[in-house]
Design a protein around this ligand. Structure first.
Ligand code: NI
Length: 184
C-alpha cells in the first residue's frame, strides 16, 4: 500500500517518535514504506512522513547510478540509536519528500556509529561514513522531530517562508500523493 506523504507543517514531523515494541510484526508496514518511498523516487523515508510517530526508517540508494557507493545500501532501521558522530563536517545539498522542490546545503559530520534492529528484529551495530552516513542522519532527524531546513541560516529560512507556506497548503507540484496540513 502506498501512503500519501505528510507535508511540512504537520505536527507529526515535529514529534520525537516512540520506540516500537521489540518483536512486533512490522513486515507489512516496512513493505509499505519501501513501496511508498519507491513510488516517490526517494532514497529514504521515515515513519513520521507517513503519519506514524514511531522510530523506523528505510533507505534505498541502490537505484542511484551516479552514487556507486550506495549500490548495496538498502536497509531498514528499527529503534535506531546513533551512538556517536565524528569526522570533518561536510556540506551537501539535501532535499526531503516532505519538503518538495526545495534543496539546500546542509553540513553534517562525516561518520557515525549506530545500533538498530532490522525488520526481523536482528540487532546490528555498524559504522557509516560519507553519503550513507548523511542519509542515515537525515532520516534519523525525522524520528527526532527535526528537518534539514532547521540547519539553515535565519536569512535562508526567511527566504523560504513563502514556499514552505505553499507546501503546507498543498500548493506544490509532486509526482506522488501528499497530505498537506493546511489544505482547505
Ligand atoms: Ni526527509
Amino acid at each position: 500500500m502506498i501512503y500519501p506523504i505528510v507535508m511540512y507543517g504537520d505536527a507529526v514531523l515535529r514529534k520525537k517518535a516512540k520506540d516500537i515494541d521489540n518483536g512486533k510484526d512490522i513486515l507489512v508496514l516496512v513493505n509499505d514504506m519501501y513501496e511508498t518511498m519507491h513510488a516517490a523516487h526517494g532514497i529514504g523515508l521515515a515513519a513520521p512522513q507517513i503519519g506514524k510517530s514511531i522510530r523506523l526508517f528505510v533507505v534505498d540508494g541502490t537505484t542511484l547510478e551516479d552514487e556507486p557507493t550506495l549500490k548495496d545500501f538498502k536497509k531498514t532501521f528499527v529503534n535506531p540509536v546513533i551512538l556517536n558522530e565524528d569526522g570533518e563536517p561536510w556540506a551537501f545539498e539535501e532535499g526531503c519528500l516532505s519538503i518538495p522542490n526545495i534543496r539546500e546545503e546542509v553540513e553534517r559530520p562525516e561518520k557515525l556509529r549506530i545500533k538498530y534492529f532490522d525488520e526481523n528484529w536482528n540487532p546490528f551495530e555498524e559504522e557509516y561514513d560519507g553519503m550513507k552516513a548523511r542519509i542515515i542522519q537525515h532520516e534519523y532527524d525525522h524520528i527526532e522531530g527535526k528537518l534539514f531546513i532547521d540547519y539553515l541560516s535565519p536569512l535562508k529560512k526567511r527566504m523560504l517562508k513563502g514556499k514552505l507556506n505553499d507546501i503546507s497548503k498543498g500548493d506544490v507540484d509532486t509526482e506522488y500523493r501528499i497530505l498537506a496540513p493546511l489544505r482547505k
